[in-house]
Write a protein that binds this ligand. Structure first.
Ligand code: GLV
Length: 320
């Protein structure tokens, strides 16, 4: 039986990606009919052909009015918050997300660059330079420089290992206990405070779920070391933006590097824009790369179509 697949993804050239998926499915031995649907088209097409499966990235809500027979939805990203928020997402369809597909390396690179910029005092040298001051800064010992990674899935674990490989004192935190060589792993609510205590850099890789919303509030951030830096590459909803600003203004926190925000694009009047102690990047820390993403989705689709177990299945209650 031919599997019918609709491809609907913003920020992609749909024709190119759909063709790449078609080719990858042939390689996987899956007989499939793949067609692109314009993600920018907000009106329902009452005559749209019906698919068994949708491959999506931030699709318009009308996709699920149009497609009434979907059995599975494959998300072309790690975060499924935007997808799960769509009211029409069929309750009976299985949802799968990307697990690494090149993102772990990209995120590790971004976080390492941010940590090294802070650790090697580039921010302070920029200030000195603006004042024409020749001012050497002392470096803390890296084995006592505490960097914490919040969220230890495939992405967080790779980031933690990368930082550990650079000799930093790396702590990690997840809901359940993880074992990662060279990383001091804490687990659950009971160990959240001790995870945060005295960290020089906190890196959040948390997805947006009911349990993570606002978890990085004044109380949590106040536990970090004086002058600490916050890096957010997960989702903006985890961080209470007003609390971050209060602690920066109070001088308790030294700065932040933020790739994700409560509202994206970051609104023009947002107070972050004007700050010298916040580095803003427009949700680019790990973009989905065509080849590894399509290869992974094709592999998952092949297993799903044979009825085999598929990793990256989303628990809708948990939200990731
Ligand atoms: C990017 O933010 C993703 O969720 O893949």
């Amino acid at each position: 039986m031919t599997l019918r697949i609709v491809f609907c993804a913003r920020e992609t050239t749909a024709q190119v990606w759909a063709e790449a998926l078609r080719v990858a499915l042939v390689r996987e031995g899956v007989d499939a009919d793949v067609w692109p649907r314009d993600a920018g088209q907000a009106a329902v097409d009452a005559h749209a052909p019906q698919a068994d499966v949708a491959v999506v990235w931030r699709p318009p809500a009308v996709l699920f009015e149009e497609q009434r027979h979907l059995q599975a939805v494959f998300n072309l990203g790690a975060g499924v918050d935007a997808l799960l928020a769509l009211p029409g997402l069929p309750a009976k369809a299985s949802v799968f997300r990307l697990e690494d597909a090149g993102m772990a390396r990209a995120l590790s690179e971004y976080v390492l660059a941010a940590v090294l910029r802070v650790y090697r005092r580039f921010d302070r040298y920029a200030v000195s330079q603006s004042q024409q001051r020749w001012q050497p800064e002392s470096l803390p010992a890296r084995e006592r420089y505490g960097v914490g990674v919040l969220g230890l899935g495939v992405l967080g674990a790779t980031i933690a290992m990368t930082l550990s490989g650079h000799g930093f004192a790396v702590r990690g935190h997840a809901r359940t206990r993880r074992e990662i060589a060279g990383v001091d792993c804490r687990a659950g609510d009971a160990e959240f405070a001790s995870f945060l205590d005295g960290l020089d850099v906190l890196v959040s890789v948390l997805p947006a779920t009911p349990a993570t919303r606002g978890i990085l509030d004044h109380r949590a951030l106040a536990r970090l070391a004086a002058g600490a830096h916050v890096v957010n590459v997960g989702r903006g909803a985890a961080l209470v933006e007003a609390d971050l600003l209060v602690l920066l203004d109070a001088g308790h926190l030294g700065g932040a590097t933020l790739d994700v925000f409560a509202i994206e694009p970051l609104p023009a009047d947002h107070p972050y824009w004007a700050r010298r102690d916040i580095v803003i990047t427009p949700h680019v820390a790990a973009e989905t790369e065509l080849e590894p993403a399509i290869e992974q989705v094709a592999g998952k689709l092949a297993r799903w179509s044979r009825g085999d177990p598929v990793s990256g299945a989303v628990d809708r209650e948990r939200g990731y």
